[in-house]
Write a new protein. Structure first.
Lengths: 148, 252
């Protein structure tokens, strides 16, 4: 279900351009508003939909999801950590779904760049960088060593 | 420079009547350009259709006082403080440009229509003309070189001009040449450079007002209407956005 932008609602902030992993959200040169340059290449991750602070990005649903003539709208609420979807079918029926997207306050998760760069000795360890402290556990479970 | 009226000095070479006619022509160009924009982009039709749809989907009819309250809130937030912007940098830049332009426009009208023939122009008027122009330049240059979304996010060069730059580009050049012309007039009255700067000022000012159908100039008329309509849809229950979540998932 590729996304599209309602240019009347978009204020050209660029959040969707920055977040799109497929790099298909670009800026229209005439109105300086964002638009999906290639819906065929949309991964349907909905990062842009969730990132848009103006709720200006809609989803064009596939026919097996909702028959033609429907409308899909999304509302992300940062302060509640939820994303809600509303599907209005062409016969007037409306379905709404709300999903939790996180349990910690927005901006509270440390970005990878905020951690110290790991040193080379970490290459010989079975742990990934900053494990186990970044996972907030004392130690990771390990397999018992085999007796020879 | 701060306390002289550039149009009084100019009236020694160009009749005041010619200057006033030019200003009236520019006002007519904006009015005609906005009407043409409404016609060829079918904006009025779009707004009428959206309003009709909203009324049909409304869950309740809004009373007159509710509409007045929504209009007041729209003026207070979206119009007066550019509150629709989600980034404070863009909001501040927009406010500098907007209030600077309003000051510059009002004082230009006063200096051309009221004080062009007067022996002395109040320092407040000439001072605000300069301050207004400087505010437009501060907000506009900040926007043009750092905040434009195609520059900030698509990493385009700010000098790579696109049609969307027509409004901000002509506004900045018009105001910049107005200040340069005023400066040249103050330090070197009658010099050829003064006339060159005046011609450039007139050229870019004309471009700013005549290009309304192709530029973003008319957004100052549409934006408040769109913001008001959005508030009406939220209030009468016709908004197509999902119902806000009832509970918070954030722990702690």
């Amino acid at each position: 279900m590729p996304t599209f932008v309602d240019m009347m609602k978009c204020d050209g902030c660029g959040e969707c351009v920055e977040i799109c992993p497929s790099d298909i959200m670009h800026i229209d040169p005439i109105y300086r508003r964002s638009y999906n340059i290639e819906p065929n290449f949309c991964w349907e991750c909905y990062s842009c939909v969730k990132a848009c602070p103006q709720h200006a990005i809609d989803v064009r649903g596939y026919a097996d999801f909702a028959p033609l003539g429907h409308k899909v709208r999304v509302l992300r609420e940062k302060e509640k950590g939820s994303v809600s979807w509303k599907i209005k079918y062409r016969d007037g029926r409306v379905k709404e779904f709300t999903f939790p997207i996180r349990t910690t306050p927005w901006g509270s998760i440390k970005a990878p760049g905020d951690y110290e760069a790991p040193d080379r000795s970490g290459l010989s360890s079975p742990l990934l960088a900053h494990e186990p402290t970044a996972l907030k556990v004392a130690a990771l479970p390990t397999l018992p060593s085999l007796k020879k | 420079m701060l306390f002289s009226n550039p149009f009084t000095v100019l009236s020694e070479s160009i009749p005041v009547f010619v200057m006033q006619t030019y200003v009236v022509l520019m006002i007519l160009a904006v009015a005609f350009g906005t009407l043409f924009d409404l016609y060829h982009k079918r904006s009025a039709e779009f707004f009428a259709l959206r309003r009709k749809k909203s009324e049909a989907a409304a869950q309740r009819r809004l009373a007159g006082w509710e509409l007045a309250s929504l209009a007041t809130r729209t003026i207070g937030k979206e119009v007066m403080t550019s509150g629709e912007f989600c980034k404070w940098q863009r909001q501040v830049s927009h406010l500098l440009i907007m209030y600077g332009f309003v000051l510059y426009l009002i004082t230009t009208l006063l200096m051309v229509f009221v004080y062009a023939r007067a022996a002395r122009t109040p320092a407040l008027v000439t001072g605000l003309w300069n301050i207004g122009a400087l505010m437009v330049l501060a907000g506009g240059l900040w926007f043009f070189f750092a905040l434009k979304v195609n520059v900030a996010y698509e990493k385009h060069s700010p000098l790579r001009l696109i049609p969307a730059d027509l409004f901000v580009g002509s506004l900045l050049t018009s105001v910049a040449f107005a200040l340069l012309w005023h400066f040249a007039q103050t330090v070197a009255k009658g010099a050829a450079a003064t006339w060159v700067l005046l011609i450039l000022y007139i050229f870019f000012t004309t471009l700013l007002f005549v290009s309304v159908p192709w530029s973003k100039f008319a957004h100052m008329f549409y934006k408040p209407v769109a913001a008001f309509q959005k508030r009406v849809e939220e209030a009468n229950g016709s908004s197509d956005l999902p119902t806000p979540a009832k509970t918070s998932n954030i722990k702690g």
